[in-house]
Design a protein around this ligand. Structure first.
Ligand code: UDP
Ligand code: MG
Length: 327
């Protein structure tokens, strides 16, 4: 481990069927790494770590060739395709004991690698988490921009707090990664989980470009799937909405019962109508409230099963001085 001013950086790059783009972008990442090292901002022991996410094309062969051509390139290969989030996690966990900081970034050249300078600067100034935030979506189509921005709004409205316009381009310190390793859940939504770890954080704005080559693996259906995963793995708000809905239905039913009785007294009804209507209204209201109450307990059980850390200590008075000496 190095001191805070010359950290060992691992750039973690998930790759799935990226044989077209990898030969173009890999040298760009290496160049960035040597520029940062030449500027004295990171250690020369830094690495570009590729995670092959069970690609069916020549991606892994390309990564192996890169690793042979330069010791700064290293790679790991997942036994099968597990999806972007798992690939990023695999890379971060592999890196956490070998480096001081990681920056996760897609391999398609969409995220501006020049934002890494500002990210590393923020770490050297004391931040443990630096979120890359898209400053504009000028290169996205209207449809992509609309769906992507609705995605963030929906997530926040449903109780999954995420940084607006931040995807998975971020710097994490080894310290944060060690705490993050205690989040054992299997349904991953990294951008919602990182804020749960806490620590000093900031954001860096960058421009999102078009993909250099190849095709996106995130069509609308996958994006909706990711939003659904994000909401259900971070929030029990949908269950609360059912309880709320149950209360509204119960209230309306209560008014319905009174209305049915009044109608019966006024003689506007056939016999048996008022009692049947009252029972239906009453029972449906009671049922929804009961579902909501059961749901509350299921929500609690759900959160318990994740066994997330209950607290994370960021500083101790008797350690702070020692840390300062080290940096
Ligand atoms: N990716 C992955 N596993 C998958 C799908 C995607 O590792 O199952 C990687 C992909 O190689 C890329 C990143 O995740 O580096 C983002 O994917 P993509 O560019 O296709 O998504 P988009 O930028 O269009 O949202
Ligand atoms: Mg992309």
């Amino acid at each position: 481990m190095n001191d805070r001013k010359h950290p060992i950086l691992y750039i973690v790059i998930p790759c799935y069927n990226e044989q077209e783009v990898l030969p173009i972008t890999a040298p760009m990442f290496l160049q960035k790494l040597s520029d940062l090292a030449a500027a004295g901002k990171v250690s020369p022991e830094s690495r570009v770590l590729f995670v092959n996410d069970g690609s069916k094309d020549k991606t892994w062969q390309i990564i192996c060739q890169l690793a042979k051509s330069d010791p700064h390139y290293i790679g790991i290969c997942q036994s099968r395709n597990r999806g972007h989030q798992n690939a990023v996690l695999a890379g971060l966990m592999e890196a956490k004991d070998r480096c001081d900081i990681t920056i996760s970034i897609d391999c398609d050249g969409q995220d501006d690698i020049n934002a890494m300078d500002a990210m590393v600067d923020a770490y050297r100034d004391g931040c443990e988490v630096v979120y890359g935030v898209r400053s504009s979506r000028a290169t996205d189509t209207f449809f992509k921009r609309f769906t992507a921005e609705s995605f963030y709004k929906l997530l926040n409205a449903m109780g999954a707090e995420v940084v607006f316009n931040h995807a998975d381009y971020r710097l994490l310190s080894a310290r944060v990664l060690k705490e993050f390793a205690n989040f054992k859940e299997v349904n991953l939504f990294l951008r919602g989980m990182v804020p749960l770890v806490g620590f000093k954080s900031t954001s860096v704005a960058y421009e999102r470009h078009e993909r250099i080559a190849g095709e996106s693996h995130y069509p609308l259906s996958k994006m909706l799937g990711l939003a659904f995963d994000g909401i259900t793995s971070l929030s029990v708000k949908p269950i609360r909405l059912i309880t709320g809905f149950g209360c509204v239905v119960a209230l309306v039913s209560f008014i319905g019962v009174i209305w049915a009785i009044v109608q019966a007294f006024l003689g506007h009804t056939v016999s048996g109508w008022a009692s049947t209507t009252s029972i239906i209204c009453f029972v449906s209201g009671v049922q929804l409230i009961c579902l909501g109450v059961i749901g509350e307990y299921i929500g609690k059980i759900y959160m318990e099963t994740k066994a997330r850390p209950r607290y994370i200590i960021s500083e101790r008075t008797w350690e702070t001085d020692k840390d300062k000496e080290g940096s």
